[in-house]
Write a protein that binds this ligand. Structure first.
Ligand SMILES: [Zn+2]
Length: 296
């Protein structure tokens, strides 16, 4: 039995094929051709799947039992229509990606959003593998999350479980694209933090550059606001889910102070006198998406 995992991102499509022991047999990365539109993306995924299947001597059109195909992508499947929604790869929005891929590949395809794939990969094969209830967090351009319970994705009744990025952190706070105000994502996503830094310091810098500026007179103000929001946002999650582990992923997971000062602020805000939830960095890095797709 082999599993093909495809990570469909806004700039690249990455694919791997793994064996029963999740050993990677082959890997390939191609650019996402958004300019040529949706059909071109479908064809790219098809040629990638065929390429990977050939590496393990399989023919996807004729072998349904010996090989599976999973796709990880930003955005979610609408529960009502089955169509892709909330994707930052614009040409996917409103498309029936799952059925269109099934038709072009002549093979069953599982689709899952990137935060759920990240959480699943880390919970089963990464840093969370000895834990039952895992909350996987993606903090990057956006803020997302996935809940894994007993090795399975917990989707929830309406398929939004884990979407902590759109919890309200501040009433009448920042406007969010989702239509609400004060969402977590508008405070602790990469772009939100860069905007806040720009307003404080007048400097137009990326997050990795900002972190290298601890001596800037505005740095502590920026950092304290960031940590307060980070602490409140994840304390809310702990109060509701009380997970065995919280795993950070995405670009912001490289910020070291989240694992000590950030963790302490979560602990301060949680409604419990005994709190020791591990707040840890991911282990699989950029590969979590494709590996999660293999596990679907
Ligand atoms: Zn929102």
């Amino acid at each position: 039995m082999y599993q093909i995992g495809i990570d469909l991102g806004g700039t690249k499509i990455e694919g791997i094929v793994v064996d029963d022991n999740y050993k990677t047999i082959a890997r390939k990365r191609i650019p996402t051709n958004q300019v040529n539109g949706y059909d071109s993306i479908l064809k790219s995924i098809k040629s990638l799947c065929i390429h990977l299947a050939v590496k393990v001597g399989a023919d996807i059109a004729h072998e349904t039992r010996n090989i599976s195909i999973g796709v990880c992508t930003p955005g979610a499947l609408s529960l009502d229509s089955g169509l892709i929604k909330n994707s930052n790869t614009q040409c996917l929005i409103g498309k029936d990606l799952q059925n269109d891929l099934k038709n072009i590949l002549h093979h069953d395809v599982s689709i899952e959003n990137d935060a759920n794939c990240f959480a699943l990969a880390e919970a089963k094969l990464g840093v969370g593998k000895d834990h039952d209830v895992v909350f996987g967090v993606i903090m990057g351009t956006g803020v997302g999350g996935g809940i894994i319970i007993g090795g399975k994705i917990h989707h929830g009744r309406t398929n939004i479980a884990g979407e902590w990025g759109h919890h309200c952190l501040h009433n009448e706070g920042n406007n969010c694209y989702c239509g609400n105000k004060g969402c977590v994502e508008t405070y602790i996503s990469g772009p939100a933090l860069e905007k806040n830094w720009q307003q404080l310091s007048g400097l137009n810098q990326s997050l990795p550059e900002i972190i290298k500026n601890p001596n800037n007179p505005n740095f502590n103000t920026w950092k304290n606001v960031f940590l307060e929001n980070f602490g409140s946002a994840l304390a809310n999650v702990v109060d509701i889910l009380d997970p065995d582990m919280i795993i950070l992923g995405g670009g912001l997971s490289n910020i070291d102070f989240l694992y000590d000062e950030g963790k302490n602020l979560i602990y301060e805000k949680v409604f419990s006198d005994t709190i020791n939830t591990p707040i840890v960095k991911n282990q699989l890095g950029d590969s979590a998406g494709v590996i999660g797709a293999c596990l679907l």
